[in-house]
Design a protein around this ligand. Sequence first.
Ligand code: PMP
Length: 387
Amino acid sequence: MKTLNSYLSETVINMKPSGIRKFFDLAANMEGVISLGVGEPDFVTPWNVREACILSLEQGFTSYTANAGLYELREKISEYLFKRFDLQYDPAEEIIVTVGASQAIDIAFRSIINSGDEVLIIEPCFVSYAPLVTLAGGKPVSVSTFGEEEFKVNPEILEKYITSKTKAIMICTPNNPTGTVLSKKELEAVAQIAKRYDLLVVADEIYAELCYEDEYVSMPSIEGMKERTILISGFSKGFAMTGWRLGYIAADRVFARAMLKVHQYSIMCAPTMAQYAALEALENDEDVLYMRKSYQRRRNYIVQSLNEAGLFCHMPGGAFYAFPSIKSTGLSSEEFAERLLLEEKVAVVPGNVFGQSGEGYIRCSYASSMEQLQEAMKRIKRFVQSL
Ligand code: PMP
């Protein structure tokens, strides 16, 4: 028999494991670590949502749902998107309930990419985009944004990366890891480029509920963008439901039909009990407001403390991440994160794992209790002073 490695796909062999995991694994073997590393809410899913799931099980709702998801849930998602973001999607044909936003991104790329197609990926960004483009046979093309511009998309830079092979632009707002929110004007600038060059936009808006300043504007609500945008969202972040694995896609029926084919052959449908829970999450969502207010307080605290510690940090408009510069310390992002973990037992994520332009920054998730954040900031200040 040949070596087992030789049976593996070359694409997978060449794929690097996520840089975030490395730090979790290091931290997991140490005691007394405060983790600002994880990208998930510290809240337990609200009780009414958990209870709705239990009730669905008691009633014996344990079969598959329709491939696209429970019709009542798609209707609720459609109403929610209209009420919150002024979007109009037909629940019968334009919404698919997925296994997290993760699967939504995967089927979006697999449905639009032909071999060699390029997707412009605005970085720093969530670690899955580029590998999922590659798995779909496409070519991820990094487009940097910069701390000096609060990591906003620079249309002139974006335009320079467009070639005859460019198929789509991947954007995420509010952004992981920078927390940056794109305003209506900034979205319009991206939209103009998409229209001028006839490109699609895949818009990851999973943090849309966690937006702290202005009214949130969704990409497909920009004029002429609904038919060009594949909207990705889900319940993990704003609704504190990471473990339920529930997200959704909203897109023109041409795209939705294509994605449904990939979805039905690979997944069949999202978990039924999680769909019943999501139905309740949208029906009675008072806790979302409470959680948002709580994150906002913590954001204000951590951003002020990081700046006091000498780590310049812009005020992120959304999500639950602060992305301070550590350039003044002279350390690389990896060195800073590794030494902070070993010397002060605080886990953060080095910014370079989110793309080259994240070098010189670290990601601190503030989805931790205020007490934990205060202790972490005490340690970070001590660490910076010791350098
Ligand atoms: N998009 C972004 C920007 C994220 O930060 C995450 C989770 N970290 C996801 C998608 C995946 O979310 P889900 O749990 O819904 O798969």
